[in-house]
Design a binder for this molecule. Sequence first.
Ligand code: GTP
Ligand code: MG
Length: 276
Amino acid sequence: MSESLTPSAVGSGDDATGSPTVDDAAADDSATDDGAAETATDGEDGTGDAYTFEDVSVVMGTYNEEAAIGTVLSDVERVTDGRAEVVCVDGSSDRTPEIAREHGARVIEQEPQGYGVAVREAILAPDRPIVVTADCDDTYPMEALPEFLEAINAGADVVSGDRLYHGASAMPAFNRLGNHAFAAIASLLMAERVHDTTTGMRAYRREVVEDIAWTENTGLSAELLIRPLMRGYDVRERPIDYAERLGETKLDPIEGGAAIAKSIVTVCLEERLRRL
Ligand SMILES: Nc1nc2c(ncn2[C@@H]2O[C@H](COP(=O)(O)OP(=O)(O)OP(=O)(O)O)[C@@H](O)[C@H]2O)c(=O)[nH]1
Ligand SMILES: [Mg+2]
């Protein structure tokens, strides 16, 4: 479809973040008071063509993921029929970038500086209208890509994979507990129920990621949910499966968990102050 997007007011997402109980067509379509959520609704009202995988970039930070990257990129290729573009921001010292290029991915080299520094560059690099983030460790189901695209075409600005809905039994227990706690804290501070703030798998309309100045590193995933939600974008959670990681984790659970908790509090307070 064309690059031109039809602006129109988009719902606040009040109800939509309460998925899975909420149908994706049920988003509140009232205009929001801060005026931030002026985005496209292609495919929603029949006036625009629906986005296809030709409009999608799947982006990820990759850091020594040679055990998983071949599987992840083959899955993207299979599920999108080779039509989605893949962008990897890579800091590896192993064969990860070579494998990525063999699969046709665009590789941007970057010194390893943490998850958020890599993912921020990855989401801003492509120019396709829909950006999907993923980890490169084979934990996220690329099979969910069609459903994510469908939700965007139904009017969502951000579609966020909720790993905890199905139990996330493959996730280490400490991380699972932490993720429930992060969701509870964020829900309290936002006065809006969210279920999984730190998921790595989301789809975004390009305007959303371009409209906001992202500040967090380890906490970027939470920030990428909280700021759009608190600015009135239509954010919808969708349950996804979550698999055991291939290869070594890049995150220290204690240090990373503390950084994420701090990011959630900081970002929620900043967004509240911004509304005053
Ligand atoms: N380029 C780059 N990528 C990174 C960096 N740190 C993490 N990543 C990538 O970001 C993604 C998320 O990192 P993970 O180690 O999976 O972190 P996590 O999902 O919180 O932890 P797990 O539960 O072990 O999966 C992976 O694809 C990593 O390879 C970095 O400093 N640079
Ligand atoms: Mg991971």
